[in-house]
Write a protein that binds this ligand. Structure first.
Ligand code: DGL
Length: 270
């Protein structure tokens, strides 16, 4: 009964951690594509091919349900995967929808027509590929009308976090927030549209100001997964064991992940 979690690197661990907290008995198989990250600077075909490969590996590990805990893959590849690749008895879900449902005050799976919502000015922080895809705006338009979105491509932040250089990551976050504020001086809400960014949540909140509501994915995704599994209990796969897989250097990635989650994490070669 394992569920797969995919990311280009360590960012998806922010989602894994919350899922593990909510569903402690559920084995989780994590796949990190360190050999090819960051995805945020790649083109859509490339991201599609890499995401298909990683997801296939998670299916092979006994996961029938895979969460793309990577906004870049969710934005650039998920729809194409669902339309052309995912086998009938498997599911691949992204991380955008739970966050947009929270932002637009919807219950999970409420597919009623778009309507006016409380929030009118939203700042989106994401990787260059996610911003370029406009997937966030597309998903939002299915659910809400009259919401103005200003997107900031946060070049360099994922690399700095993966390298463990949190000082650089902090400086970059501050400068990306400044750049956003020049385009939208008073956002009401900010969306952290990259699973690496929750590690910088306090810096985003400080730079944006206390009155900006910051939406971060890990808790929202974990809650929506619990709800999904209650409704689709046969999507628990046959896998029995939690595992951390990487396409990169397993020893190095294990050290970084252990620092990242502040508990011992051992990656093995994917
Ligand atoms: N954590 C991925 C995301 O949510 C990072 C993408 C990257 O590798 O650039 O977008």
């Amino acid at each position: 009964m394992a569920v797969g979690i995919f990311d280009s690197g360590l960012g998806g661990l922010t989602v894994l951690d919350e899922v593990a907290r909510s569903l402690p008995e559920l084995p989780l198989v994590y796949y990190a594509d360190h050999a090819h990250n960051p995805y945020g600077v790649r083109d859509a075909d490339d991201i599609f091919d890499l995401t298909v490969k990683g997801t296939g590996r998670l299916f092979d590990a006994g996961c029938d349900l895979v969460i793309l805990a990577c906004n870049t893959a969710s934005a650039a590849a998920l729809r194409r995967m669902q339309e052309s690749w995912v086998p009938r008895d498997k599911r691949v879900l992204g991380v955008f929808v739970p966050m947009i449902e929270a932002l637009t005050e919807r219950q999970w799976g409420d597919n009623s027509p778009p309507r006016e919502v409380e929030v009118k000015h939203v700042a989106l922080f994401a990787t260059p590929a996610t911003v370029r895809s406009r997937a966030f705006q597309r998903e939002l338009a299915f659910r809400a009308i009259g919401v103005d979105v200003e997107a900031q491509a946060c070049g360099g932040v994922v690399d700095a976090i993966e390298d463990g250089d949190l000082e650089l990551a902090e400086a970059l976050v501050r400068s990306h927030v400044e750049a956003l504020k020049r385009k939208m001086p008073d956002p009401q809400a900010a969306v952290l549209g990259c699973t690496h960014y929750p590690l910088m949540l306090d810096i985003f909140q400080q730079a944006l100001g206390a009155d900006v509501m910051v939406y971060s994915q890990p808790k929202l995704v974990a809650a929506s997964l619990c709800d999904y599994l209650q409704r689709h209990s046969k999507m628990y796969g046959s896998g029995k064991q939690s595992m951390f897989l990487t396409t990169g250097n397993a020893a190095r990635v294990s050290d970084q992940a252990t620092r990242f989650l502040r508990r011992k994490i051992e990656f093995v070669a994917a």
